[in-house]
Design a protein around this ligand. Structure first.
Ligand code: G6D
Length: 356
């Protein structure tokens, strides 16, 4: 294992560094203490060719704007909160309106746009970075000062683990995620429409025209949302299901049936690259890059629709307005803990069992 730290720039007088984690197999992960952004993940294809499998920007300035939340941790609350307000303990809180009249991904100065304090982890079989951030009472409109610690670690088994811990000085909302866009073709050679995805989920959340959950939980059976035996992302683009048509692909939260049981698998048949995602989070938002614009420059190519997909393990979006969703309330003094593990492997040609 090896870790190296290099200056990457300055934000408001605070130093930003790039941390590069490398294991004995040559798997490499580069991340920043700005937004905890993951900007590069190098993995081999079945021919042994290493290439980057996540969307990343070349410069810090791109991460300072980052309208697509590329690679960053989003929070305090991932996803949308309807009308950018909620009631808690008899008080109505008004959040940043940064997505029309709604609130998205923690608001204007959310986790994605903070300089995190960082310390390196360098042990024989694990290396990584532990990020710390104090979100002051009232940031983005949220109550309570929240102390958050996010730990990235890579081991010798090609497993990248993200651990989230937080506690608050007052009741608040908390449901973060990481917003990496994956593209297993390597080096952005192709888009993600021919990727095969499996999700161990029977149900997903219906969205309204503003992409806000309606509160209805729909069954995947007989729809392009049924990923239980695997299917290609393209199915969702050509599907006539109104929910696919609404977003021209997927931008939906799935309720996971099991945890730490191989519940999410992404596979690119042409390269042989395979990613397994396991988590204790209640759900995962599948976002297939439907709104990626064509005016961003990623390392390896220009942005375009469907160039990457996100597997945002998290609570359920807008849970504060739906009592039948898993709660995202963090009580005063309680600890929030969650972890998601990304395991990178290779599959032999022809081994995809999906319908993709
Ligand atoms: C769009 O609706 C999508 C979100 O799900 C995504 O996180 C964001 O773009 C980056 O708003």
């Amino acid at each position: 294992m090896a870790i190296r730290m290099q200056p990457y720039g300055m934000v408001d007088g605070q130093a930003v560094y790039e941390y590069t984690l490398t294991n004995k197999n040559g798997l490499e992960i580069a991340c920043l203490n700005y937004g905890c952004a993951v900007r590069r993940v190098l993995t081999p294809d079945r021919e042994g060719n290493y290439a980057n499998v996540v969307l990343g920007f070349p410069e810090l300035t791109h991460y300072r704007s980052n309208p697509v939340y590329c690679g960053v941790v989003v929070g305090r609350v991932a996803g949308r909160i309807k009308d950018a307000c909620f009631e808690l303990g008899g008080t109505t809180y008004r959040l940043d309106k940064n997505n029309g009249r709604h609130h998205l991904h923690g608001g204007v100065q959310g986790f994605s746009h903070a300089v995190w304090q960082a310390e390196m982890i360098d042990r024989d079989t694990v290396c990584g970075v532990r990020f710390f951030h104090v979100s002051p009472d009232g940031e983005g409109g949220y109550p309570g000062e929240v102390q958050t610690q996010i730990t990235y670690t890579l081991n010798e088994s090609n497993e990248f683990l993200i651990q989230y811990q937080a506690h608050s000085e007052a009741p608040t909302l908390f449901s973060p995620t990481n917003h990496m866009y994956f593209n297993l073709s390597g080096g952005l050679q192709r888009d993600i429409l021919q990727h095969t995805l499996k999700i161990d989920s029977d149900r997903f959340l219906e969205l309204d025209a503003d992409l806000i959950p309606t509160g209805k939980i729909l069954d995947v059976e007989g729809t392009a949302f049924d990923f239980r035996s695997g299917r290609s992302i393209h199915d969702g683009v050509i599907s006539e299901h109104p929910q696919n048509q609404l977003v021209r692909g997927y931008d939906h939260a799935f309720l996971l049936n099991h945890h730490y049981a191989g519940e999410i698998e992404l596979y690119d048949e042409l390269s042989g690259r395979h990613l397994m995602v396991e988590t204790d989070a209640p759900g995962v938002v599948l976002y297939t890059g439907n709104q990626l614009p064509d005016d961003l420059d990623f390392v390896g190519g220009r942005s375009r629709r469907y160039l990457g997909l996100c597997l945002e393990t998290q609570g359920l979006p807008d849970a504060v307005h739906h009592s039948h969703f898993f709660s995202c309330i963090l009580q005063r003094g309680a600890w929030f803990t969650s972890a998601t593990k990304y395991s990178f492997n290779i599959m032999a040609a022809g081994s995809s069992k999906g319908r993709g």
